[in-house]
Write a protein that binds this ligand. Structure first.
Ligand SMILES: [Zn+2]
Length: 92
């Protein structure tokens, strides 16, 4: 008793409103499926291809893969995935 106990895992409203945890995005290099992962589902460390650094366990992040290439999916920091989209050719 006196132990904090969550009744249920309640998904965050903001994510539901985006249409579930998964959505498709069109980029200059094709169509991508982007899935949001909450911290609780991040049970392994992954390397982010955007910044080449590790995504720590428990960090909410995104998994993205090209439509039809599920095996090629990558884990990204949310910020890095966002930067990828905003990256301009010849920028910096
Ligand atoms: Zn990153």
């Amino acid at each position: 008793m006196g132990r904090r106990n969550r009744r249920e895992e309640v998904p965050e409203l903001g994510e539901i409103r985006l249409g579930g945890f998964r959505r498709s995005e069109t980029h200059s290099d094709g169509d991508w499926i982007v899935q949001q992962l909450t911290g609780t589902s991040a049970t392994k460390p992954y390397r982010c291809p955007g910044c080449d650094q590790e995504i720590a366990i428990g960090t909410p992040h995104v998994v993205a893969w090209r439509d039809s290439d599920v095996d090629g999916r990558r884990h990204w920091h949310k910020a890095c995935w966002g930067n990828r989209q905003n990256r301009r050719p010849g920028g910096r």
